[in-house]
Design a protein around this ligand. Sequence first.
Ligand code: PMP
Length: 391
Amino acid sequence: HGTTQSPAAANDGVSKDIPCDDVINLDNGDPTMYESFWKKMGDKCTVVIKGYESLSYFSNPKNPCWFLEPKLEESIKILHGAVGNAVTDGYTIVVGTGSSHLLNAMPYALASNPQPNHQINVVSAPPYYSAYPEITDMVKSRLYKWAGNAHEFDKDEPYIELVTSPNNPNGAIQRSMVNRDGGILVYDLAYYWPQYTPITSSLEFDIMLFTASKCTGHAGSRIGWALVKDKEVAKKMIKFMEVTTIGVSKESQLRVAKILQVVADGCKHFRSPKGDNFFETGQSMMKKRWNILRETVEKHQMFSIQNYPLQHCNYTGDVTQAHPAFAWMKCKEGIEDCEKLFRDHKILARSGKKFGSDPGFVRVSMVGREEEFNLFIDRLSKIQSFNNGDG
Ligand code: PMP
């Protein structure tokens, strides 16, 4: 009782009233918004695994990624083909326990033939996903190290640049920011799906990361995948998976395979009365939330949020704006700690500082449950009227 995320609410997806004085947690991007869609899908995604099935460590000994379930591989290819957001022909697919696992594998796989005491630099342009420095420096590797801001990186040394597009936290479409060639680029495309951003081309970068967490909302299954062009890099990532976890849960892979297949089937029809196009539903939910947020913010001059260009989406055929999974909000001049201001009003959000940016910014999840979002808008209005002296 009394929490915004009681196990009961998580299990049955039924809206529970959140007591008005409870803190709402919009600090992480827990994608519970999608529960309502999946509830409508009923038993369509149910996967039954019998007691004698999936015992083996191995999924497909013929595949270099021997722990990748063939059904998951197939669904990933079909889904990228149906959405048109990434090319899969000619790529090796490496599955991980979330794309976090793959992000851990990446610098190990890319730091080939290191010189003693010469770690490869890992950089990203702020505001960058707050987990990158943590993941990179966690084990104090001799192979790689976090080297911070990609804009400022000017050493004549090898580097890996993490490019997140659309970006977490600010939803911007990104490209490499280091002012020279010769680095290895890793594209984290967790949010390159139609509910968040117009799909403008089918990407073909050397290394691309995706995750079920943000694509379908199944963060709890912990499934991510990398599309890797260079077979040797893929082999080293696979080696990392072998040594750290001897592969990835088959139950999770089979469940996500089914979910992706259902999404791929439904996403071919637009405006179908069955309402089974996941991306269409997701996009209209995100759009509605962003419209409400913009209206709320525009009433006062206290916060500003990003504007996104209108672009043609090859998937929907429409010209649309982005509706990112996070709002990157800037407080007006004079408020130095935006996170604290939000916390004082019982909204947990993540400070700009954690993204290598300014504490005058805060990142707020837009993908929580409906009642959390409504309460957020309510409290945001109160912060604004309070600070304007009319509340
Ligand atoms: N990359 C980005 C940009 C993310 O925002 C996230 C999740 N917040 C991840 C990777 C990791 O996601 P997961 O491990 O759930 O796949």
